[in-house]
Design a protein around this ligand. Structure first.
Ligand SMILES: CC(C)(COP(=O)(O)OP(=O)(O)OC[C@H]1O[C@@H](n2cnc3c(N)ncnc32)[C@H](O)[C@@H]1OP(=O)(O)O)[C@@H](O)C(=O)NCCC(=O)NCCS
Length: 191
């Protein structure tokens, strides 16, 4: 089941965020950053996103299992770096390790692109750490490399790569058809 996220989801979102970082990011991020990682730190970052809801024209979606356990979340909204020419941006996407590779990540990207398209935002992008092998996921969904940069996070710098989608209506056809069948996610809006 997919539902909209809200500020009081921040603690559960933070737990998933920390779990995915420990599961996959520990292999390439500096040890100090990983040691300092905590749910309270991630929760504060997520609460800041909800606090800037209007400014971000934000979208937050939560995937839950039938027992109401949070499996994944996506945070998205307006792209504040308009010089790249992409209107919407995925800020954060995390699928809890136990629920990965079931089509949930793809379905959340699809649902966000659907929201963007309803706003007549026909382009979107996402930044990913260059060293994160999971960025290939965005290539699978048709994203193409549009920019590279170096990002700063808690005193550490790391190269990042941006993926962009130029025509969301087309991407929707591609992303949309497959996950509904593959992940068997219960949603009456799975068109
Ligand atoms: C990356 C992530 C969001 C993918 O979500 P997911 O639900 O596991 O992925 P899906 O099952 O929807 O996969 C969709 C497609 O992407 C592919 N894919 C998923 N992860 C991939 C990876 N690490 N490398 C290459 N392809 C990948 C899948 O094989 C699938 O393709 P297929 O239909 O041809 O088999 C999830 O694994 C995750 O949260 N990882 C940790 C956090 C993270 O790295 N987030 C940011 C991504 S840069």
């Amino acid at each position: 089941m997919i539902r909209e996220g809200q500020a009081d989801d921040a603690p559960a979102m933070a737990r998933i965020n920390v779990a995915t970082w420990r599961d996959s990011y520990g292999k390439f991020l500096p040890r100090q950053l990983m040691e300092e990682l905590s749910c309270s730190q991630k929760q504060a970052e997520i609460e800041d996103f909800f606090a800037r809801w209007e400014e971000n024209q934000a979208v937050a979606l939560i995937a839950e299992d039938k027992n109401g356990e949070m499996m994944a979340f996506i945070m998205a909204g307006k792209n504040h770096r308009q010089n790249l020419g992409y209107t919407g941006e995925i800020y954060n996407l995390h699928v809890a390790p136990a629920f990965q590779s079931q089509g949930i990540g793809r379905y959340l990207v699809y649902r966000v692109s659907q929201v963007f398209r309803q706003r007549n935002w026909n382009t979107m992008m996402v930044w990913a750490l260059a060293e994160n092998p999971n960025r290939r996921f965005y290539e699978k969904l048709g994203g193409r490399v549009i920019a590279q940069n170096v990002d700063e996070y808690r005193g550490f710098t790391a190269p990042v790569i941006a993926y962009g989608w130029d025509e969301l209506p087309y991407v929707l056809t591609y992303i949309g058809g497959i996950p509904c069948m593959k992940a068997k996610i219960r949603s009456n809006k799975c068109t």
